[in-house]
Design a protein around this ligand. Sequence first.
Ligand code: ADP
Length: 475
Amino acid sequence: MNILFAASEIFPYAKSGGLADVAHALPDALRKEKHTVYTIMPLYHIVDRAKYKIVFSGLSFDYWLRGVRHQFDVFYSEDAPHDLFVYNPIICDRMGLYHDANGEFGDNGLRFGLFSYAVLEVMIRQKLKVEVLHINDWQSALVALLIKTRYKLDTRTILTIHNLAYQGIFSKELMYDLEIDWEKCFKPEGLEYFDSVNFLKAGIFYSDVVTTVSKTYAHEIQTPLFGYGLDHVLRLNTYKLVGIVNGISTEIYDPKKDKDLYKTFSTKRYKGKSDNKIALCEALGLPEPQRPLFVFIGRFTSQKGVDLLLDGLNLFKDFEANFVILGSGEEYYNHRFAVLAHNFSNIHIEVRYDEALSHRLYASADFLLMPSTFEPCGLNQMIAMRYGTLPIVSKTGGLHDTVTDFTDAFDRQNIQGIGITFGEHNLYWLLHAIAKALSLYANSEKFKALSKHNMEVDNSWKLSALEYVKLYQGA
Ligand code: ADP
């Protein structure tokens, strides 16, 4: 099949979270199954054009909206010619993807509205014979509305919701700037949302199929607790809503080959894992590397359970264990973690985004902390498993679907990855889970067996990519 995959971030070109990983790994898995997949994303200022050999395709065009001329240039990567990029100064010429230190960019609605136009214009002008347009999150959701109400094309659209908490809600005046048809679109079963416009909501109504990134999250988002104000919209569209669990790239995350590690390892050369831990503890100044090592890697936002971590630090300092926290995100949390960074000898805190360090942490850790309040799928727990690390997760969304508690793991068929799960999101249960982890770690033979089990769990994209293919064909 011919698929055009549009996303606002794609690894390795630009990444702020799991969307970028998925937007790289799913097209990659589909290409391996001999499908033709084009990807398209904005050519942000921060994308390293030289490193990825990104060159001008020869296509430039203007698109007029409400008397304003918007200019677009189309690029591609010489290393991966189906990876397309659009350059437009409003979308691309700034130092962040969606925000900077002062907060969200005020013109994100216009920026990603323009990106949605660009996706369709590139598809038409490049004469890409696309059967399915796979759009992702609110940043490309408007493509579905434009296809149905303005372009009137046969191309089917599939929208994947990676995180319902982000919807792209803007003032309705934006409809003028983007020349969106008021009569057709500004209605409850369309773009309208409490007298504003909601891009994701429009995407849900106008797409042919809506997917989200795990089966449990597909159920959860139809309830008021997880629905972020769109649960009724999702219940109305339940007939076309499907949950497909994400996979991870087994090439990027491969303990046998990973160049960022101190030492590569495998289930057979398992000692390499503890060599990584020793080297990491030395590099970060952590005491007694034989202690269990707990790590947290993620965006600093309440969703990731960072409030529990902040509340817990004063207790973690008394455990016979080491902790590393790597993350960045909302200014409030960045500040709080930065202030605490030098207070504890057994807790190392890094407030930044660091891909290479994250690989070393996955490889060195014994346990990954993931106390999310909700988690559409979550990739960290699967990446951790690949490196023989046991995830400690709250039982929600994709964490529920991908992690089995080690005490429940006997005699079950098709057991997925093993870790420690806790049902109630509070510090008591997190501490309880850590205590369970400490006693498991004390039984080194059992711990090692579970760690090796995790390294062999298949969390690749293979099966999920096939599920997507079925959906594309059905659409
Ligand atoms: P999100 O909700 O942020 O998309 P996911 O679990 O789906 O969460 O994906 C997170 C991805 O981002 C993983 O690849 C993780 O390793 C990476 N990541 C998050 N924060 C950092 C950081 N500070 N440094 C390096 N990698 C990070």
